[in-house]
Design a protein around this ligand. Structure first.
Ligand SMILES: *[C@@H]1O[C@H](CO)[C@@H](O)[C@H](O)[C@H]1NC(C)=O
Ligand SMILES: *[C@@H]1O[C@H](CO)[C@@H](O)[C@H](O)[C@H]1NC(C)=O
Ligand SMILES: *[C@@H]1O[C@H](CO)[C@@H](O)[C@H](O)[C@H]1NC(C)=O
Ligand SMILES: *[C@@H]1O[C@H](CO)[C@@H](O)[C@H](O)[C@H]1NC(C)=O
Ligand SMILES: *[C@@H]1O[C@H](CO)[C@@H](O)[C@H](O)[C@H]1NC(C)=O
Ligand SMILES: *[C@@H]1O[C@H](CO)[C@@H](O)[C@H](O)[C@H]1NC(C)=O
Ligand SMILES: *[C@@H]1O[C@H](CO)[C@@H](O)[C@H](O)[C@H]1NC(C)=O
Ligand SMILES: *[C@@H]1O[C@H](CO)[C@@H](O)[C@H](O)[C@H]1NC(C)=O
Ligand SMILES: *[C@@H]1O[C@H](CO)[C@@H](O)[C@H](O)[C@H]1NC(C)=O
Ligand SMILES: *[C@@H]1O[C@H](CO)[C@@H](O)[C@H](O)[C@H]1NC(C)=O
Ligand SMILES: *[C@@H]1O[C@H](CO)[C@@H](O)[C@H](O)[C@H]1NC(C)=O
Ligand SMILES: *[C@@H]1O[C@H](CO)[C@@H](O)[C@H](O)[C@H]1NC(C)=O
Length: 586
């Protein structure tokens, strides 16, 4: 048994040698306290540093910084953490002498106003595990010395002004024997900078990566195939860059992927069908690229898909079959593609769905009454497709609905009688369909409505005067229908109106003088009706008018004085405005 408390001679020598080395090194480098004070001095008076002072009995060699704000130490009294996040710190990192903090584990300075560059001697913090400099004004390039931070698992320099490229040498070389490289990296975040160049293939050598967030830069080139080697990868964000090429097929083997955001790039080709094999997928954003071919049919196989966008691409073929029973859906945008599908067959009931835009596709079939069970819907747009049948009454039970756009389809039948139940509605467009019947008085219950477009249908009967209760209306378009009767004078109470179009109907009677109250109205079109009488003189009070079209009616008498009707004003508005005050064609 070796006796305790005694050292062998060689061990003692080694110990002494080590102490001497440490001492001589200490002598060359500032103490932690001195280094912190030196950094403090580089800032203009900032109250954050109030506690960073040396007590009367001590000096900068003997005083411990461990009680100072934002500083934490280990049991030996050595600084292990500097955390001044969210303190409004305004200055630079240039005077922070990293060589004094060789035991630092965590450096958290996020959300401040730090400027200047990330100093290259940051690589001296060789024990560092956590580095967060996000949301500052740091500029310059990423120092290559970051490759020294082999213990770092979190590296976040998002939302700064970092330029240059992501150096391939930041990552291990893949031989398994690298002494440098971000080998322990799990979370790698450089969002919202000005980085260019490619994402290096070598990123796949940081095998522990679970989160990569590079969105909002100017990155070019392809998504590296080596990402397929990152079996722990859970979140991949590279949206809003200039990435090209295809999504590497082997990404579909990464079973832990939950969140993939690639929107607003220049990606092309097919999206790997294997993306549908990802059983944990909750977010998939493919929008605003040049993808073609089919959407991954099994995209909701795991039953966890929450947010799914593929809008503004060239996807063809059917709507993913797995969407039908995908009850987890929250937000879906598939507009502006060439998707085919049968609306009432391919979509189901989604209790959590708030947003569904399927506009500008080639969908057919009818609107199923089941949409009425998607009780959380705030937006439903299926404009410019080929859907037919009637609008189911059930849709009027969507009490949260703010926007409903079913324009440019082949819908027929009548407007649901209880449309007035959609009291949150702010945007309603049913234009360009074959909808018939009357506009019912209940429309007046839509008091939040800002835009109502029922144009180009086969609506008949009178315009209900209750429309005056839609007192937030800015745009009212009932043109190209078969509406008859007189124009309700109460329309004049819609004082927020900016555009009013009743053209191409069978309206008769006189133009209500109450229109004079429409002081924000810029466009008024009553052409192609059977209006009679004189143009009310009061219309000259419509001070915002830029264009008025009264042509193709049976109006008579003099033009009102002033405003848009005065030759002087017409000259003033010309040539940027179109003024038609054509009273009669004969
Ligand atoms: C810093 O604070 C000291 C004392 O509080 C004051 O005398 C000095 O003017 C301040 N300097 C600046 C730049 O605000
Ligand atoms: C700090 O104080 C210690 C002991 O009180 C003393 O030995 C040392 O010289 C002082 N150092 C400085 C830089 O004043
Ligand atoms: C730094 O402090 C903030 C609170 O002030 C805390 O939320 C954050 O987790 C801390 N950072 C580290 C690395 O512990
Ligand atoms: C970086 O920021 C510092 C301090 O704001 C400024 O002086 C310097 O010119 C900037 N450098 C670049 C390359 O923008
Ligand atoms: C990397 O760390 C070692 C000590 O671990 C140090 O000697 C070297 O200077 C560091 N390199 C850089 C580039 O910071
Ligand atoms: C994935 O890792 C293996 C072994 O580590 C390596 O041989 C291969 O080149 C890597 N693949 C990619 C695409 O980087
Ligand atoms: C995948 O995620 C699960 C649960 O979060 C975790 O237990 C597992 O280790 C992960 N797999 C890999 C390869 O990282
Ligand atoms: C994906 O799932 C299909 C079955 O749906 C299977 O044939 C295929 O091998 C899977 N692909 C991968 C990469 O796991
Ligand atoms: C889905 O999108 C909404 C709205 O953009 C967002 O608030 C929510 O956090 C997203 N859900 C997930 C799981 O990312
Ligand atoms: C709907 O959302 C709630 C709250 O986010 C969640 O607990 C529930 O599981 C979701 N429903 C489905 C079917 O995913
Ligand atoms: C419309 O609202 C009325 C009461 O305000 C209610 O009786 C009726 O069931 C609602 N209609 C629908 C389709 O929800
Ligand atoms: C309006 O047209 C309907 C037929 O669509 C007709 O029954 C009604 O009498 C007309 N009303 C007026 C005022 O012309």
């Amino acid at each position: 048994m070796a006796s305790r408390g005694k050292y062998s001679l060689p061990a003692l020598y080694l110990y002494v040698a080590c102490m001497l080395l440490l001492f001589s090194w200490k002598a060359n480098s500032l103490s932690e306290t001195e280094a912190l004070l030196k950094w403090k001095e580089s800032f203009e008076n900032q109250s954050i540093f109030e506690s960073w002072v040396i007590p009367a009995q001590s000096n900068s060699t003997t005083a411990s910084p461990c009680q100072w704000r934002g500083i934490s130490c280990n049991d030996a009294g050595t600084v292990t953490e500097i955390n001044l996040s969210f303190t409004g710190l305004t200055g630079t990192l240039q005077n922070l002498d990293f060589s004094s903090f060789l035991n630092l584990l965590r450096l958290d300075l996020k959300t401040n106003k730090l400027s200047g560059s990330v100093p290259s001697n940051i690589g001296l913090l060789s024990k560092l595990q956590f580095l967060d400099l996000s949301t500052n004004d740091l500029n310059g390039t990423l120092p290559l010395s970051l490759a020294n931070l082999t213990q770092v698992y979190e590296l976040d320099i998002s939302r700064n002004n970092i330029v240059g490229e992501i150096d391939a040498r930041l990552f291990p070389d893949g031989t398994g024997q690298s002494r440098t490289g971000l080998i322990g990296l799990k979370n790698f975040l450089l969002q919202g900078n000005q980085l260019g160049g490619r994402i290096p293939e070598e990123i796949g050598n940081s095998k522990l990566l679970t989160l990569i967030a590079l969105d909002g830069n100017f990155l070019t080139g392809p998504i590296p195939a080596s990402l397929g080697n990152l079996s722990s990868l859970s979140i991949l964000r590279a949206a809003v860059n200039q990435l090209t090429g295809q999504i590497p097929e082997n990404i579909g083997t990464l079973n832990n992927l939950t969140d993939v955001r690639l929107f607003a790039n220049k990606l092309t080709g097919l999206v790997p069908e294997e993306l549908g094999n990802l059983s944990s997928l909750t977010v998939l954003h493919l929008a605003e690229n040049n993808f073609s071919g089919h959407l991954p049919q099994e995209v909701c196989r795991g039953g966890k898909l929450v947010n799914f966008t593929a809008n503004f691409n060239s996807f063809t073929g059917p709507v993913p079959v797995s969407l039908r029973d995908c009850q987890s859906l929250y937000r879906v945008r598939l507009e502006h593609n060439q998707l085919t599908g049968i609306l009432d067959r391919d979509f189901g009931v989604y209790p959590n769905l708030t947003y569904m835009d399927l506009s500008y596709n080639k969908l057919q079939g009818e609107l199923s009454p089941k949409w009425g069970e998607c009780q959380k819907l705030t937006l439903l747009k299926i404009a410019v497709n080929s859907i037919d049948g009637r609008i189911p009454d059930e849709i009027t039970s969507l009490s949260q609905l703010v926007e409903l756009d079913l324009s440019s389809n082949q819908l027929s039948g009548e407007i649901p009688k209880q449309i007035g139940n959609l009291t949150r509605l702010s945007f309603l467009s049913l234009k360009d369909n074959n909808i018939s019947g009357q506009i019912l008085a209940g429309i007046g219950r839509l008091s939040d409505l800002e835009s109502l477009d029922l144009s180009s249908n086969r609506l008949s009967g009178a315009i209900p005067h209750q429309i005056e209760d839609c007192n937030n209306l800015q745009n009212l378009n009932l043109s190209h229908n078969q509406l008859n009767g007189t124009i309700p004078f109460q329309i004049g109470n819609l004082v927020a109106l900016q555009a009013l179009d009743f053209s191409y109907n069978s309206l008769s009677g006189e133009i209500p003088s109450q229109f004079a109250k429409l002081k924000r109205s810029e466009n008024l079109n009553l052409s192609h009706n059977y209006l009679t009488g004189t143009i009310p003189a009061a219309l000259s009070n419509m001070v915002s008018l830029q264009s008025i079209n009264l042509s193709h009616n049976s109006l008579e008498g003099p033009l009102p004085d002033g405003s848009v009707f005065s030759l002087h004003l017409i000259q003033m508005l010309l040539p940027t405005t179109k003024i038609y005050v054509v009273i009669s064609e004969d």
